[in-house]
Write a protein that binds this ligand. Structure first.
Ligand SMILES: [Zn+2]
Length: 101
């Protein structure tokens, strides 16, 4: 890691202070994904909250459209807006799968 480049927390984007090999206020996390090596820094506060690496790959969301399950990203712009406007709700059922009224 070059000395002069500023490093930032992966989660909160706060600056991580590094002097030589010494990370003053954070943790270096190293991951291997097939041949790819991923190095990220987290500040101490974010590391305490969640030590795992999250949100590092875009999540492909599938949903039903005109009878097919397709990635929302590939939908027509109008249909994508309609997807945003959709409301999810949970149906309450009891242990016997009967509707609670
Ligand atoms: Zn942070």
């Amino acid at each position: 890691m070059p000395k002069e480049t500023k490093q930032y927390c992966y989660d909160c984007k706060k600056e991580i202070k590094i002097e030589g090999k010494d990370i003053k206020n954070g943790v270096l996390l190293e991951y291997e994904d097939k041949d790819e090596k991923i190095k990220i820094l987290k500040c101490n506060e974010c590391f305490e909250k969640n030590p795992a690496l999250t949100n590092f790959r875009e999540c492909e969301v599938y949903s039903r459209i005109v009878g097919y399950i397709r990635p929302v990203k590939q939908w027509h712009i109008g249909k994508r807006q309609e997807f945003k406007d959709r409301k999810e709700y949970k149906i309450k059922v009891d242990a016997n799968n009967k509707l609670n009224k």
